[in-house]
Design a protein around this ligand. Sequence first.
Ligand code: CP
Length: 300
Amino acid sequence: MNHLLTMTELTIEDIEGILYDARQFADGKAWRLGKQVFVANLFFEPSTRTRFSFEVAERKLGIDVLHLEETNSSVQKGESLYDTVRTLQAIGANAVVIRHPRDEYFNELKNGISIPIINAGDGCGNHPTQSLLDLLTIKQEFGSFKGLRVLIVGDIRHSRVARSNAEVLTRLGAIVSFSAPSEWQDETNPYGTYIDLDVGLKEADVVMLLRIQHERHDSSMTLSKEEYHHKYGLTIQRGNNMKTGSIIMHPAPINRDVEIAGELVEAKNSRIFKQMENGVYIRMAVLKRVLQYAEGGVLV
Ligand code: CP
């Protein structure tokens, strides 16, 4: 594996390998590169979980971390993304982690950049490391994906998490459904059928709520926050109607009492903070794979 850009480019074997390595890291296994390695983190969009879990993962692997602060860099002078990454490569970065608001920004880097690129989220396009940590969380809970019913709720159209997860979960044998207001349904995503939220909740093994992506909307929401919570939120009442043994997931950040009742965020069947913890192990596993390919390294 050279880069990690989208989930679609990963084979089932690749995915199983990453989940295996992540479980090894969760169990306390370590991995060392045996030489100095630099990874540059470039976040052109706000992030708390992805940014800091990459940094924790990098430090746990003994990697030297470089940060590009957009406001303090030559991006402010008009330097392109390509020239920024090419510069980091010339200076000695061994890999880059990039979050960018433009869908598939990585297409402009593929020709010319030889160090591994790890996509930490591109616009409405893809969020492969979030998808992998979601897969790890689901696998820990249910052991396998075959026949699992996964209901993805909310802003499907603008969600890179929905796009990455619906495709891979379908490929792994899960049955994906969506519930969303008509304005946020996504006809370009063929990996789920739209169903009524209250019907879907009773059958779903995994209820995956999405953040409302206000920053990607052309106009303001037609529903108020209260109306959204009433129609599409996981209210206390809906939480009580969930299938026995089912779990709640949300990539976060969370809009409490909009997408999910505040009281349910840490309910017994919520795995939201488990997802965040798994983010560190998954990012260690992804870094190991791309750096092992490029630089070698040993499990210790
Ligand atoms: N889930 C996620 O990508 O969160 P951040 O935007 O905080 O990284």
